[in-house]
Design a protein around this ligand. Structure first.
Ligand code: UFG
Length: 340
């Protein structure tokens, strides 16, 4: 079984990717400091995959501790690097923490991969690199824009670092940059899912918490954008599909024999407005949602969704889960949480 290190493997996207790797015959090994994830994820993972997933509880910035992971694990076929902070608003409050955690840990990881001659890397990037795009849908060739938050800058810097490493003489890294659009939903078992701390910033956890009665109502952040119904448009993809994209990316890296850095959008190729998501949630779950329209949220991009031609043609990857099914899975997960 090929061993894949999954940094941030106890997190939302990471845990679903651990499941997908295991299902395809890989041996995932989690590296996580649990600073923004819960130990309870490990029980959910065990129940889903039927065995304990190896875990190293370390901070990826702790080079000595991380080196021991490489030493102890031995033959590592590749790394999927999720470990990072991800809240746009928080990054404005704590820029140093974001640069240290997101950029610093990438440098530590790359140095260790070089030291141990592990050359296959999948990096978590984000559609945030496109800023407010001049054309829709965005292809991977759509020019990136200066990021509007420290969080966004850490993702752009991560991409820049990996492209510079690729250009260096004698480089041996093979890297796939995955630019995620908006992942939603949870594993069909309801055993793992998104665990927002405090008041959710993201749309779908806010919706499910409102339906569960934890929040009084959803406030839609503005309805006067230049979009069909005036609310923001995003490309919402099922987290299980996104997890599968990582497996496909690792498989591709294992077949490539030359150093390369490849960039792929991972989305559905469709845009949905906030109001459409609310309606789809109501239809999928039979829950009426209490919501009202509020002011626009500062920094929001009016509309963005992916052109997925490249990931379809080169990776053979397409999402397969509908928006309604993804929202139904998020609701099942919320109900499990609320019943605990
Ligand atoms: N929204 C609401 N009400 C809420 C929460 C969100 O109307 O209570 C709206 C937002 O304004 C936005 C849409 O729902 O129009 C989606 O918002 P999210 O916060 O779920 O997602 P974003 O698209 O804003 O952010 C995501 C990632 C970020 C990343 C960004 C890049 O969460 O990490 O995409 O565009 F930086």
């Amino acid at each position: 079984m090929k061993k894949i290190l999954v940094t941030g493997g106890a997190g939302y996207i990471g845990s679903h990717t651990v499941v997908a790797l295991h299902a395809e015959g890989f041996q995932p090994v989690i590296v996580d400091d649990f600073s923004n994830s819960s130990e309870s994820v490990l029980g959910g993972l065990r129940a889903i995959v039927g065995t304990d997933v190896p875990v190293h509880r370390i901070d990826c910035n702790d080079k000595a501790a991380f080196r021991q992971v490489f030493e102890r694990e031995g033959d590592i076929a590749g790394v999927i690097h999720f470990a990072a902070f991800k809240a746009v608003g928080e990054s404005v409050q704590k820029p140093l923490a974001y640069f240290r955690n997101n950029v610093g840990s990438l440098l530590v990881l790359l140095e260790l991969m070089q030291e141990f001659k592990v050359w296959n890397l999948v990096f978590s990037s984000s559609c945030t690199v496109y800023g407010v795009p001049d054309q829709l849908p965005v292809t991977e060739e759509t020019p990136t824009k200066p990021a509007s938050s420290p969080y966004g800058r850490t993702k752009q810097m991560g991409e820049d670092i990996l492209r510079d490493v690729d250009q260096a003489p004698g480089n041996q890294f093979k890297t796939v940059l995955l630019r995620y659009f908006n992942p939603i939903g949870a594993h069909p078992s309801g055993l793992i899912g998104e665990l927002p701390l405090g008041v959710p910033q993201n749309l779908v956890p806010y919706i499910t918490q409102t339906a569960a009665g934890i929040r009084e109502k959803l406030t839609i952040n503005g309805d006067t954008y230049d979009t069909p119904d005036g609310t923001n448009v995003r490309d919402y993809l099922y987290v299980g599909d996104l997890a599968q994209a990582h497996v496909v990316a690792i498989k591709r890296l294992l077949t490539l024999t030359w150093p390369v850095v490849e960039t792929y959008n991972v989305g559905t190729g469709r845009g949905n407005s906030v109001l459409e998501v609310v309606k789809a949630f109501e239809k999928a779950t039979g829950q009426a949602l209490n919501y009202s329209i509020g002011p626009p949220r500062s920094g929001d991009v009016p509309a963005i969704y992916a052109d997925v031609t490249r990931s379809a043609e080169q990776l053979g990857f397409r999402t397969s889960t509908s928006l309604e099914d993804a929202l139904a899975s998020a609701w099942r997960w919320q109900q499990n949480l609320s019943n605990e």
